[in-house]
Design a protein around this ligand. Structure first.
Ligand code: C2E
Ligand code: CA
Ligand code: CA
Length: 783
């Protein structure tokens, strides 16, 4: 690659040579002039000499004429005069008086000849007369004239010599000055040449440095034509590319030369390229967020620095793309993490709120509706606790995908935390459309989800609230929350659309929650005990502790009104702990009183068996009340107990190892595979009252009840039938060898002091006076 060179100007050199030639010509001209002056001066001098000779000769001749006896050879003088005259006549110098002199000479000679002729005749008188009247005046005039001319010519010659002297002096001076000027000029020119050469060396060095920088730089660089106002990206020819660019883009140097800048941009970015080129012309040199495409089609994120340069003598553009793909990826990941849930990849609460704010503002400007759906998975905690966190996570991921596919592309499904999801439906024609969307989500979720090697059926409860942009954007979320709260209270697996009165209901529930929080501490809870009897003998074999809340304003409240609230708010652990301790205390009271030992069954919420430290709580209760563990039974609902993971099973086993018994409550409602019971750490099965209800009249068959009893017995478990209300039921169950019965027929839940009285008549009726201490059934355990 060759970048721009400074070309030395030829005009300086031309000027130099013209000056030299001019100087030489001038010197030659001066010398020619001087020479001419010299010859002119010489001629004048010669003329002056000739004239002087002529005068002398004329004078001598005159002398000879005057005195013919004188020894002067007139002829000789005459010859000399003739010669001098011919010299004068031949002289190139224009003698102004030449014709006058010739005339005068003619006149003189004519007179002299006449005198000589007179003398020759011996006519002395005539000779004297001619002499006096003609010859002497002619001589005098000629002599005077020659004298004048001689001095004029001598003066001219002197002037010529003086002039020649001064001109020579002038020439010397001028030559000196000229030489000085030339020397100065030459020195200046030399200095200029040196400077130009130095500049050229600098340029060359720069070019060399640049070339090695360009070629060897690890930074990819491209040289393109300089864009002008009319240039589009596809016309911006690539003029050069360095090795790093060849490596980075996969094109050879020659391939690059056949390409334009547009060829390394993805097609969809070409508009951006044009915009950037325009910005470049306005002086912008740095560009972020640019994408380049390599030969293999890989898209790389780059930052561009551009500089104008000179390439092969033309203005060009040097482009340095820095690959920032990794950084951009990391940045995007960080941004994504800030606004997305790590597990499911769904938008998180921040992003959801942001989108909500935007749609709310949009709806304020244009007509339409949007809706917020709060989605809560039913019994997610159970799945999480029973199948483990990994399965819980897998379930959440599956659910997220289902929710995303269940909404339109412009809508948002977000995970707010735990099993709580929120959906933002935008641009609805009417609020009812939200209900349709909620129904669709139910359907999508109802299809069994493959989690941890099994198909799980999960349901969700949804609170729906729509808005047309009135009030605050947070109103829709709050209202959807209220609707969800109400939907859950109404029995889950449903969606409820918010209406204004719900707010009051929700507020009431919240108030109740607050009251319960305080009430547990204030001992407002109390326990009733429902007896269980031996089906054959009717003897009371134990009691189940059932909690009641003696609310200061509302009176006695049944567990159905506050257990769901306790479960929803997390107060359930505190409540269960209170019940456990109170029941143990009561059982110990009975055991140490004349009532005698009465086994007590306590309901334990299936939620978070492990995390809520059930073992510690049981150990604590037994220790503080000193109750014989064999008098305590824990009832855990089937839906909570059966899907438990190995950790929870081990925990139940540890509880069992204390001597405490485990009962499966509401058996038959949890759809558990009966075979799973084998190896489960359990002592008792409590058949749910819904099955007992199927025994209506004498002669009815209840095959499911029969199967449950048979299976429980075959596993060596104690079987209890719940909700026995009629004699028909009692007789049927007794005929099927169901060991124990519980229900209103035997007794409603009663106050503890009533238990003693309940015992009395049966004790008198039976052979056994004391309730039997339960014995451990022969069941294989998981441990
Ligand atoms: P559960 O454990 O299945 O308790 C039996 C429920 O059935 C009790 O209602 C009892 O009064 C009722 N019952 C008994 N015999 C009959 C009958 O013949 N017919 C009918 N229709 N009902 C009968 P209760 O006391 O209202 O308790 C309701 C549920 O509340 C309980 O169901 C249990 O799941 C929960 N619960 C009660 N006490 C506690 C407690 O201390 N802790 C926890 N976690 N849950 C409790
Ligand atoms: Ca129970
Ligand atoms: Ca039950």
């Amino acid at each position: 690659m060759r970048l721009g060179t400074g070309r030395m100007s030829a005009s300086g050199s031309l000027f130099f040579w013209v000056t030299c030639a001019g100087s030489v010509l001038l010197v030659v001209a001066v010398f020619v002039g001087l020479f001419s002056l010299h010859s002119w001066s010489d001629q004048h001098e010669a003329q002056s000499r000739s004239l002087a000779t002529l005068r002398t000769d004329v004078a001598l001749e005159q002398e000879g004429i005057r005195d013919p006896t004188a020894s002067v050879a007139t002829d000789r003088f005459q010859d000399e005069a003739e010669r001098a005259l011919s010299l004068i006549m031949a002289s190139p110098t224009q003698l102004a008086d030449r014709s006058t002199i010739v005339e005068m000479i003619g006149a003189y000679q004519a007179a002299a000849s006449a005198q000589v002729a007179a003398l020759g005749r011996g006519d002395l008188q005539a000779a004297n007369r001619i002499y006096a009247s003609e010859e002497d005046p002619a001589f005098t005039r000629l002599d005077a004239k020659l004298s004048t001319v001689v001095s004029t010519e001598a003066a001219s010659a002197a002037v010529g010599v003086a002039l020649a002297f001064w001109i020579s002096m002038g020439i010397f001076a001028a030559a000196g000055i000229g030489i000085l000027v030339l020397v100065l000029f030459a020195r200046r020119r030399h200095a200029r040449i040196v400077a130009v050469e130095a500049a050229q060396r600098v340029v060359a060095a720069r070019e060399e440095t640049f070339r090695s920088l360009f070629d060897e730089s690890p930074q990819p660089m491209l040289v393109t034509m300089l864009p002008t106002a009319s240039t589009e990206g596809d016309r911006l020819q690539i003029l050069s590319a360095n090795q790093a660019a060849v490596t980075a883009y996969g094109y050879s140097h020659d391939e690059f030369l056949a390409m334009t800048l547009a060829d390394i941009r993805p097609d969809e970015d070409l508009d951006l390229l044009v915009t950037n080129l325009q910005a470049l012309q306005s002086g912008r040199m740095h560009f972020d967020d640019v994408r380049h495409e390599t030969k293999s089609g890989e898209i790389r994120e780059v930052e561009i620095d551009a500089r104008q340069t000179v390439f092969n003598g033309h203005s060009a553009l040097i482009i340095c793309p820095s690959d920032v793909t990794d950084r951009v990826k990391l940045q995007r990941e960080l941004e994504h993490q800030a606004f997305h849930d790590a597990l499911t990849g769904l938008p998180n609460r921040s992003l959801f709120n942001d989108r909500l704010k935007h749609v709310h503002e949009r709806m304020q400007r244009s007509p339409g509706y949007y809706a917020v759906l709060m989605v809560d998975l039913d019994n997610f905690k159970t799945v999480n606790d029973s199948l483990g966190h990994a399965a819980g996570d897998a379930l959440l991921v599956e659910v997220s995908q289902r929710l995303t596919t269940g909404i339109r592309p412009g809508d948002t499904a977000a995970r707010l935390g735990g099993d709580e999801f929120a959906i933002l439906l935008e641009d609805l024609d009417n609020p009812a459309a939200a209900s349709v969307a909620a129904e669709r989500l139910h359907e999508v979720l109802r299809v069994p989800l493959p989690v941890a090697g099994r198909d799980l059926t999960i349901t969700a409860t949804v609170g729906v609230a729509s808005s047309s942009g009135g009030g605050a954007s947070t109103d829709a979320v709050r209202n959807a929350d209220v609707a969800l709260y109400v939907a859950k209270a109404d029995g889950k697996d449903r969606h409820t659309i918010y209406s204004d009165h719900m707010h009051d209901t929700a507020m009431e529930r919240l108030t109740l929650e607050q009251d319960l929080r305080v009430g547990i501490g204030r001992n407002e809870l109390m326990l009733m005990y429902q007896p269980k009897v031996d089906a054959q003998t009717g003897t009371m074999v134990g009691v189940e502790a059932l909690v009641r809340w003696n609310h200061p304003q509302r009176g006695l409240l049944s567990p159905d009104t506050f257990i769901p609230i306790a479960e929803q708010s997390g107060l359930i652990n505190e409540l269960d702990t209170w019940v456990l301790t109170a029941a143990c205390w009561q059982a110990q009271q009975w055991a140490t009183s004349n009532v005698g030992p009465v086994p007590v069954a306590v309901n334990v919420s299936g939620r978070s068996l492990v995390s809520c430290k059930l073992l510690e709580r049981v150990v604590d209760a037994l220790r503080t009340t000193c109750l014989d563990p064999r008098l305590l039974e824990l009832e855990i609902t089937e839906s909570a107990a059966i899907p438990q993971n190995s950790e929870a099973m081990a925990l139940l086993q540890s509880v069992r190892d204390l001597g405490v018994r485990i009962a499966i409550d509401d058996f038959g409602t949890g759809y558990s595979v009966l075979s799973r019971l084998e190896g489960f750490p359990v002592d008792t099965l409590k058949i749910d009252l819904s099955f007992i209800r199927s025994i209506v009249s004498e002669g009815d068959e209840a095959p499911i009840v029969d199967a449950m009893i048979a299976m429980g017995l075959s596993l060596g478990l104690k079987v209890v039938a719940e909700g026995v209300e009629t004699d028909v039921q009692r007789a049927y169950l007794a005929s099927r060898n169901c060991p124990e019965l519980q229900g209103y027929l035997i007794s409603r839940p009663i106050a503890p002091e009533m238990v003693a009285t309940f015992l009395l008549p049966t004790r008198t009726n039976t052979t056994t006076t004391e309730p039997r201490l339960p014995t451990r059934p022969n069941v294989k355990t998981a441990a």
